[in-house]
Ligand binder design. Sequence first.
Ligand SMILES: [Fe+2]
Length: 442
Amino acid sequence: MADLYQQVRARTLEIVAPLEIEDYVVQTAEFMSPPRWHIGHTSWFFETVLQKYQTGYQTYSDEFLFFFNSYYEGFGPRIERPKRGTRSRPTVRETRRYREHIDEQMSRFIEQVAQRDDADTIFRIVRLGLEHEMQHQELLVYDIKHLLCDQFNAPIAPAPRAVETVTGMAEVEGGLFELGYSAGTDADEPPAGMRALPAFAFDNEKPAHRVFLEDFLIDRAPVSNGDYLKFINAGGYQDFRWWHSAGWERVNQDQWQAPLYWQQRDGEWMIRDFAGLHRVADKHNEPVSHVSFLEASAFAKWAGKRLPTEAEWEKAACGAPEPNSKQTFPWGDDAPDTSRGNLFESGLWSVAPIGAFPEGKSTYGCQQMIGDVWEWTTSDYAPYPGFKSEFDEYNDKWFVGQKVLRGGSFATPRRHIRSTYRNFFYPHERWMVGGFRCAKDA
Ligand SMILES: [Fe+2]
């Protein structure tokens, strides 16, 4: 646990390393948080662990508790989210000092935990803190993109090439399917030199339970920029027929004409990302990203299809060659690597071309289900039958009004993703790396 703690905490600082001091404090939209806030908030999370379990622990600063709490009612008053960028104090240097202080305390604390009777409980909450920090690493990528985009000096690795053409829809047989996480199905491969830790999954992925599926079809590849451009060029954003009422309202209210980060230059659609401004024509074979659920649904209706449910998505991803069995990842039970999917460690800071990871395909021939873009499903984010909350105010308080996304993105740490992972966002949100694939009744 001590090794994982160090590794995860160091990664956060690696992500922000190219930032200039001025970049840390600016909030470019209500939905994003300034990088300084993430650095402090992820430390605040561990300070709450120290406060609860380390006898004699002295709170670092009440002002920091106020500034770095996110939404936890149980931990007292906090600054409103849209105001995280309205203060220059605590300074970046003070926030880093706070982070170092928490790390020193936590390192000592973790060394002593094993001797305690409540060691299991504490290790579970420390592990949650690390998974929480990995979630914030991904949010940092979204927020830095919103803040700086191609002005950020991201350490971008060369992109892989498409080695296969991936088209059409896979046929998936219906029947009973076990949806959700069961213990022991986590690959959870430790990095070299580290001992394996118990498998981790969030409470919202449990318990595994049976659902009945009809036969269905699902796209073998995520919807591409090229596909999506056809929807735009066909007047998709001007035709109410494709949109939910809430979607049509957004289109008009926010003047949506294309995904976030798309812009027109001399009448041609361009996409801005960490690497610069590109013609859509040069990115037509990459998964579309930064679309909301509302846009994904409109595209699907226009295309004569629909979005998959999360159970359909999970079956298409994890169905094993033997009937009624399930594997951890689309390719089997091994942990993700560079050949199977585009996650944070690939270092692309962007989506990869469709057909770049044939080794990552599922039993049904679906590709890029893990990595690249979180995929919108039509499922509401709600508790599974038999759900038991394991962490106060972490997942269960969000069980209303949001949609489930599956599969992770290019900004998700490898160690953090599972096929059963349920991410959730509001239907109109699109600053995160959200894309989709379509489904159809058989
Ligand atoms: Fe958080």
